[in-house]
Every structure is written in structure tokens, then in C-alpha cells.
Design a protein around this ligand. Sequence first.
Ligand code: CTP
Length: 216
Amino acid sequence: MEFKGKTVLITAGGTQENIDPVRYIGNRSSGKMGIALAESLLAKGAHVILVLGSHQVLVPKHTNLKVLQVQSAEDMLNACMSEFDKVDVVFKAAAVADFKVKQIATDKIKKQGLTELSLTLEPTVDILKTLGANKKQQMIIGFALETNNAEANAQKKLLEKNIDAIVLNIPSEKTGFGKDTNQIVVLHKDGSRWESKLLQKTELATILCEYLEEKF
Ligand code: CTP
């Protein structure tokens, strides 16, 4: 498979779930890996739709790039579903909040008179699982971050979410949120695996795309 001429949907960055009009629950995702993937795929001649949450890096400008800025997990799902029918490949690199605030306050929460504050959270929708359940022609690549039983847990996600491959981030001091380098293992349904070296995220994105072009 070649990415040239394909339409690729990438989710990148973090989601934010509102607490009140001025506060939210977020995460440390920088968006670096997803944006690096977008750049590699654009260089290969793909049309890229980037569904982007919170991020800390510049977003490239390109005639073949469409950027949809989103905030919450629900916004991200809606943006993905509105594009899903026309895409050939999905990279689900975003760090999506697993929980959201059940009752978002309409006014700013005031501290006066409060000695403690509890927030009740409820699960967000699993975007990747929803895309997997609606999958037709699309090849779907998920991402996973695990700290224990990493490969077994990632393999489980691969099957449960009905996707084609999962990219497992190997956690270390040099990898993960905000870092410039990363190391990954790609797992497939047939049990095969491919492990990268520790590389700059930009280099890793290109090598991952080349690997996937050869594999599929
Ligand atoms: N994901 C998603 N929607 C969510 C949560 C996760 O689409 N509400 C996607 C992520 O973008 C990623 C994959 O699911 O591609 C795995 O995310 P991860 O956080 O590793 O796993 P979870 O399925 O959220 O499970 P857990 O956090 O319990 O390990």
C-alpha cells in the first residue's frame, strides 16, 4: 500500500473536558507525534485531515492539509465521524480523556464557603472503538500507552477495538508526552510485531509510515 493519493485522518494532541466556564481537565499531550505523522504523510503525497486537540507545537500549512481544531472527546468524535466515510487510513494518536465531568457548572465555581470540592466524573465515548465498529474500507491504526503487561494489554485493545494495528509507546525518560524522541512497537492481529529504535519523533513518523506501506 502507498500513502500517495490516500486520504488520511490523524487525531493528535490532548482533549480537554470542561469543569466550569474557565477550568478544564486536560493532559500533557504535546501533539508532536501526530503532527510529525501529518508532515511525513504530506511529504509522501497524502491528503491529511488533522483533528487536533490541545498542542504545544506549530501546525504546518499545506494545500493538502485540513485542520479541524477540537476541544473535548465528544468534539473529537464528531469531527472524526464527519470525515470517516471518505478516509482510507486513520491514525488515532490523540490522548483522549477517559472521563469527563458529569455536571459542568454554568458559572465559575467560587471557593467561598467551600472546604472541599468533589467532581463526579463519567466515562467519555471511546472514539477509536466507535470508529472500529463503523469500519468499512478504512485501515485503522490505534495508539496505546501502557506501564505494565504492555504488549498483552495493547494486543487486547487491538482486538477489542476492531483495528488493524496498534502502536505501543515504550515509556522511558526519553519518550512520551512533550519529549522530542520516542520508541514504539507496532503489533498486528496475526501476532507479528515490529520494534523501532529510539528516534526523533519526526524521523520515527517517517520510518513508521514506510514500515506500514511495506506491511499492508
Ligand atoms: N482512545 C479513544 N477514545 C477514548 C480513549 C482512548 O479513541 N475515550 C484511543 C486513543 O486515542 C488511543 C487508544 O484509544 O489510540 C488507546 O488509548 P489508551 O489511553 O492507551 O487506552 P484506553 O482504551 O483509554 O484504555 P486505558 O486508559 O484503560 O488503558
